[in-house]
Design a protein around this ligand. Structure first.
Ligand code: HEM
Length: 233
């Protein structure tokens, strides 16, 4: 590593009151991210009336996977308000990969349902922005899981990349996955089905919901990994 690199943890250099204000605001933001992530999952699951058709399970599985499990799997590392009471880094990492494994299961099941639904109703595949973005999200999720496995089984796989570099790849790819998932969920709100289900002011309010957890999660990832090193020269 070059010597012109300086560590600048977030919050450093603030006065006592500024620091407490920063901590309180961050705690409130993280809490709001938990609530909006869970709220969005419940709203989408209720709106799709699971069990009424093959399609109805697609929004349920995708929202449980991405809006709930992925959000919680990342927020549990947040110092300001994880819903999980485990304190040690080891248990957090275990819980993290458990949540991410659930994301993979939910995403694969959700994909299975939408493919089956389209096949049964003989509709063409991959004809909307949502479906194309969905495929990018699924591919990047699989890539991200691969980086995660490389980090866990680093020694067994005898990888030449050092763990800090793998961590950086994992964090960067995580950022991309979360961004793509947010855009995909938002694009679903422009589908004919969703626009026929949700109308008026509620549509605009629900459109903003995925933004909130994504801003908090992306801020957490960049603060933890990507903004740490500041080039001073
Ligand atoms: C990140 C989460 C999601 C992913 C990765 C995803 C992925 C996909 C994919 C790949 C398709 C296309 C299947 C095909 O063309 O054969 C699709 C279709 C569809 N999805 Fe999602 N989806 C997600 C979330 C949602 C949510 C939350 C809703 C409902 C609010 C939804 C509603 C739909 C609808 C209505 C279709 C059929 C119309 C179309 O192809 O655009 N999806 N999804």
């Amino acid at each position: 590593m070059p010597s012109d690199v300086e560590y600048s943890p977030v919050g450093e250099g603030l006065g006592m009151w500024d620091f407490w204000l920063y901590v309180c605001l961050r705690r409130a933001a993280v809490m709001a991210a938990h609530i909006t992530g869970l709220g969005l999952t419940l709203i989408l699951s209720l709106l799709s009336r699971p069990g009424t058709s093959l399609f109805s399970w697609h929004p349920v599985c995708m929202s449980v996977g991405y809006c709930l499990c992925m959000t919680e799997g990342i927020l549990l590392f947040s110092a300001e308000g994880s819903l999980f009471c485990c304190k040690s880094r080891k248990s957090k990492v275990r819980l993290h990969w458990l949540c991410q494994a659930l994301v993979l299961v939910a995403a694969a099941t959700g994909l299975g349902f939408i493919l089956a639904s389209k096949n049964v109703s003989e509709l063409p595949h991959l004809v909307s922005w949502h479906s194309l973005l969905g495929c990018c999200t699924l591919a990047s999720t699989a890539l991200q899981a691969g980086f995660g496995l490389c980090m866990i089984f680093h020694k067994q796989l005898r990888l030449s990349s050092p763990p800090p570099r793998l961590k950086l790849y994992h964090a960067t790819c995580g950022l991309v996955v979360y961004l793509l998932a947010t855009v995909t969920v938002t694009s679903a709100m422009f589908s004919d089905w969703y626009q026929a289900t949700v109308k008026g002011a509620a549509w605009w309010v629900f459109l903003l919901l995925p933004l909130f957890p994504s801003l908090v999660v992306m801020n957490q990832i960049t603060n933890a990994y990507l903004r740490r090193k500041k080039i001073t020269s």
